[in-house]
Write a protein that binds this ligand. Structure first.
Ligand code: NAP
Length: 365
């Protein structure tokens, strides 16, 4: 029971009621004092032996919740920054944001305090600063940030989809006292719109101080994703880029090729075709700048693009080779007997390299 007293303007029982004038005249006032009549707040004691509000379990829960919550600043409040903010906010973290575009209203609706300049944001001393800027702009952004306004123990996190590049520039521009955690949530506003459960979250603790509070802070940050059910994968930035070029870059490329191709839904879609339509939808939601960043700043991307190109050519060659055989049969009939046994299809793909010269034997007629 919380209230020991309640404010009730009417039907008061005289012996237990107190009268407080809302605007009492000051002792120095020259106006005469009048007993309160109309503008009076009457308070009545309703219970004097009520139990004090104390629930040990909820008290412990609140304490635990407070100790786990972080003050997080999001730099770059575009598509992905806002997507992360929704979950951070639901988990009860204190959120601040800065972006070159003014997102004050969007931020407000997400429970985020938006700053129009990074100086004011940094003077609020966030414990964690998370970089959600585009791959292409991040180096330029880092060069202009007023790091001197932050606490020297601040944890910097990035979410760039290319990791070796991110690690290199964070080590280059951040003061040596700051902690660095490179991460890549392998999902986005489309693929993670309903849940993050089972989705991979890659991270590399690039530089974390030995102090207990720094270690616990990075764990609390990682816990944000673990709590949502993400599959937590610790790997080096170089390893990430190798895997991501072969999977994520290829996925984005195929999505963009099919989008350009102009896939359309039909009344008789197969499951496979639905998968292709989904792929186009997922990749089309991301900016071209993001895709270009995957290509430009992952040194393994070019090789994967060439392999894709060769694989496409090889498939075409195989199809046309068979077609050629059918035509010959129609044109020359049995006179061409035996030609079908000759090797026609050359294997083009040997991990992206052309086959050795002696692998293609000249045809003998
Ligand atoms: P994006 O096009 O890669 O980046 C947009 C963000 O970059 C916006 O906040 C934008 O700020 C900022 N920005 C762009 N150019 C800028 C410049 N010259 N100066 C300052 N800020 C600039 O799209 P995104 O999807 O939001 O991705 C953000 C980051 O998250 C990227 O590094 C991306 O690799 C990573 N990521 C994205 C996904 C995804 O699914 N989308 C998944 C994992 C990781 P303004 O909005 O203020 O212009």
């Amino acid at each position: 029971m919380l209230p020991l007293i309640s404010a009730k303007p009417q039907n008061l029982s005289p012996p237990l009621s107190f009268h407080f004038p809302l605007f009492p005249s000051s002792p120095t006032s020259s106006l005469p004092f009048h007993p309160p009549l109309k503008n009076t707040l009457r308070l009545r004691i309703r219970s004097i032996d009520a139990a004090q509000p104390y629930d040990y379990e909820s008290h412990l829960r609140t304490q635990h919740f407070k100790s786990q919550s972080l003050k997080i600043a999001i730099l770059g409040f575009g598509n992905f920054g806002q997507f992360l903010a929704k979950t951070f906010s639901r988990q009860g973290h204190t959120l601040l944001a800065y972006s070159r575009t003014n997102y004050t209203d969007t931020a407000k609706s997400l429970g985020v305090t938006f700053y129009n300049n990074p100086d004011d944001l940094f003077e609020s001393h966030p414990e964690v600063v998370i970089l959600c800027t585009s791959i292409l702009s991040t180096e330029k952004v880092l060069q202009t940030l007023p790091f001197q306004r932050l606490k020297r123990s601040t944890l910097f996190v990035d979410v760039l989809s290319v990791k070796e590049f991110a690690k290199t520039i964070l080590l280059k521009y951040l003061p040596a006292e700051f902690d660095i955690l490179c991460t890549h949530p392998m999902f986005g506003p489309e693929s993670g719109k309903n849940s993050w459960a089972g989705l991979p979250f890659v991270y590399d603790k690039v530089r974390i101080g030995n102090e207990e509070d720094r270690i616990s802070r990075v764990e609390r940050f990682l816990d944000v994703f673990a709590k949502e059910g993400c599959r937590m994968v610790e790997m080096t930035c170089a390893e990430h880029d190798r895997h991501a070029a072969g999977s994520q870059f290829v996925t984005h490329t195929m999505g963009r090729v099919l989008e350009r191709f102009g896939l359309e839904s039909s009344p008789i879609n197969t499951k496979g075709y639905d998968t292709l339509l989904d792929l186009v939808e997922v990749t089309a939601g991301d900016s071209f700048e993001l895709y270009y960043g995957l290509f430009m700043y992952n040194k393994n991307a070019m090789e994967q693009l060439e392999r894709l190109d060769m694989a496409f050519e090889a498939i075409k060659k195989e199809l046309f080779g068979k077609l050629h055989h059918v035509y010959r049969k129609q044109l020359f009939g049995n006179a061409d007997e035996g030609a079908g046994d000759r090797p026609k299809v050359q294997k083009l793909l040997h991990n992206g390299a052309p086959p050795p010269a002696d692998a293609v034997k000249p045809e003998t007629s």
